[in-house]
Design a protein around this ligand. Structure first.
Ligand SMILES: [Zn+2]
Length: 292
């Protein structure tokens, strides 16, 4: 999964203190990092250029509303924990402003992939951690770790490819799909109670959150996220070939201790070839965006 693969480790390693200038009074608000209620209605209907088929139908076994409510709660917990360790970037942090600027260019092109986006409130936060990681929870709750920005020396185009990839996991509801499939194969108590409407809502949401942390994406999910993310980024005016450069960097970094990102996003050996094969499909979107 794109979620923190190990919450405990991440908090322990949140050693990159982001700011010593944070105000002592608690100005923090859970809605910080909020970008825009993604009506994103400005985006005209557009035809997808990459071919990823329809989203898995098994995912409908799990209510989307509950996934998103649970993710919202989980996201809030992550931010609170980071904040308590002085590892949550303030809104005026240059790297966070950079992330927000990139997100604003991508969000208008998300609605075509999932009508639920109309109800989402996208958020992007930056967490001080040496982990090479980034994720987007259901409902558009995004986090980047300073480790992935700093250690890979990411360009804006490369960041856009990661962000597009993470957004694509949420848009294609891969977490919901994983959870539904895990229910089909081995009915976890918390998931079953969710599906049957048992228990109190708070408990259900908490249990679901725990489930989320243990989920992993499949290689098919990864391919989908790569291609959908590539298209969203191209429409936002980001250089498509940066996707190939990004994965070369990521796989190179894998030799020096496995990035958290790759443990939750399994990489097929053909990942780069697949992206390269799809570059021609999105090149014109990039050129149009640059002209526009
Ligand atoms: Zn992924």
């Amino acid at each position: 999964m794109c979620f923190l693969c190990d919450l405990k480790t991440s908090s322990e390693s949140a050693s990159a203190q982001l700011t010593s200038t944070a105000p002592t009074e608690n100005r923090w608000h859970p809605r910080r990092g909020f970008l825009l209620a993604a009506g994103a209605a400005a985006a005209a209907p557009v035809l997808a250029q990459v071919d990823v088929g329809s989203a898995s139908s098994v995912r409908t076994l799990v209510p989307a509303e509950q996934m998103e409510a649970s993710a919202k709660q989980q996201y809030s917990q992550v931010l609170t924990e980071a904040k308590s360790k002085n590892a949550l970037a303030p809104n005026d942090h240059p790297q966070l402003k950079r992330l927000h600027g990139i997100a604003r260019r991508l969000i208008p092109f998300t609605a075509q992939w999932n009508p639920r986006v109309a109800e989402w409130r996208w958020e992007v936060n930056l967490i001080g951690s040496k982990q090479l990681n980034a994720w987007c929870m259901p409902g558009g709750k995004i986090a980047f770790y300073t480790g992935i920005l700093d250690q890979l020396q990411l360009t804006d185009d490369e960041i856009a490819m990661i962000m597009g990839h993470e957004m694509a996991h949420a848009l294609r509801e891969h977490a919901r799909e994983r959870l539904a499939k895990s229910k089909v194969t081995s009915i976890g108590l918390s998931v079953a109670s969710t599906l049957l409407g048992l228990g109190q809502l708070g408990d259900v949401a908490a249990n679901l959150g725990t489930q989320l942390l243990t989920l992993k994406y499949s290689r098919d999910d990864e391919t989908e996220a790569d291609l959908v993310g590539l298209e969203i980024a191209a429409r936002g005016g980001f250089w498509p070939e940066a996707s190939v450069n990004l994965w070369k960097k990521m796989l190179g970094a894998n030799g020096n201790g496995s990035p958290s990102f790759l443990s939750t996003h399994p990489s097929g050996s053909n990942r780069i070839q697949e992206l390269q094969a799809n570059l021609p499909k999105v090149q014109h979107l990039y050129e149009q965006a640059k002209q526009g």
